[in-house]
Design a protein around this ligand. Structure first.
Ligand SMILES: C[S@@+](CC[C@H](N)C(=O)[O-])C[C@H]1O[C@@H](n2cnc3c(N)ncnc32)[C@H](O)[C@@H]1O
Length: 240
């Protein structure tokens, strides 16, 4: 089955803000040196991060093979991505990120670590999930330390909500795995509530939190949470 067409994104609430930070000269060099190796071009819309793609991604062409496909949304500076991709050489990992300096930093780390089973798309991962992947096509989806949007008036910006739960479940193959982590306890509770309520998902650890997934390192965001005395919550779900 084909992925869904791009809906009208103009009124959409998104889970990120456009940040002003520019790339450093080293990041600009990395963009031109490593971009051809790691960056995938897909059609963009006019909004920041908006993806206008309507055709499924040719993942065999993107990776030069057909491995088990994992999507990460909000890969930041790539700390989890590079370490976890290195642990899973048989998986093909597609990361979505809207922040260019983060993408450049990720490519520098991928090159330094010699990790080649990762491709990156600059853009909104929700659009990517919806428009680039057919139903039942993903082995895994990862969302680590998504922006917590702590103020009540911003809760609507949180990435993991019930719409996301339905979308993510639909893109996973049977037994495919959704992994999430956050240091923000109220967001962890929201994640568990909406993911538990999604009929296609099964919580691997009902009523409690999941163990840390293999190879997930302590990133800058996690370290900051820990130093502030916040507990880390991992969640792990499977598609029925
Ligand atoms: C708090 S950071 C965490 C980064 C990384 N996962 C980590 O643990 O270090 C959240 C990241 O998600 C990105 N982001 C938020 N919403 C996104 C979306 N819908 N699509 C792609 N990236 C997104 C932000 O730009 C930011 O880099």
């Amino acid at each position: 089955m084909k992925p869904e067409a791009a809906p009208d994104h103009r009124r959409e609430v998104v889970s990120f803000v456009r940040q002003r930070a520019r790339m450093t000269p080293a990041q600009q060099r990395a963009w031109s040196d490593f971009g051809p190796r790691y960056l995938l071009e897909v059609p963009h819309g006019i909004g920041h991060g908006e993806l206008a793609a309507t055709e499924p991604l040719d993942t065999a062409a993107a990776f030069g093979r057909e491995g088990e496909l994992i999507v990460e949304i909000g890969s930041g500076a790539g700390d989890s991505l590079v370490a976890m991709a290195a642990e899973r050489p048989d998986a093909d990992i597609l990361a979505f990120e809207v922040f260019q300096p983060g993408i450049a930093a990720t490519m520098i780390k991928l090159d330094a670590a010699g990790v080649d089973n990762v491709r990156i798309i600059e853009g909104n991962g929700v659009h990517g999930l919806r428009q680039l992947f057919p139903e039942g096509s993903l082995f895994g989806i990862w969302v680590f330390f998504p922006d917590p949007w702590p103020k009540t008036k911003h809760h609507k910006r949180r990435l993991i909500n019930s719409n996301f739960a339905t979308l993510a479940a639909s893109r996973l193959a049977p037994n495919g795995e959704l992994l999430c982590a956050t240091d923000w306890a109220p967001y962890a509770a929201q994640m568990r509530k909406v993911l538990d309520a999604e009929p296609l998902l099964i919580n691997d650890h009902p009523g409690s939190w999941a163990p840390r997934p293999a190879g997930r390192p302590i990133t800058r965001f996690e370290g900051r949470g820990e130093r502030a005395g916040r507990d880390i919550h991992d969640l792990s779900y499977r598609r029925r």
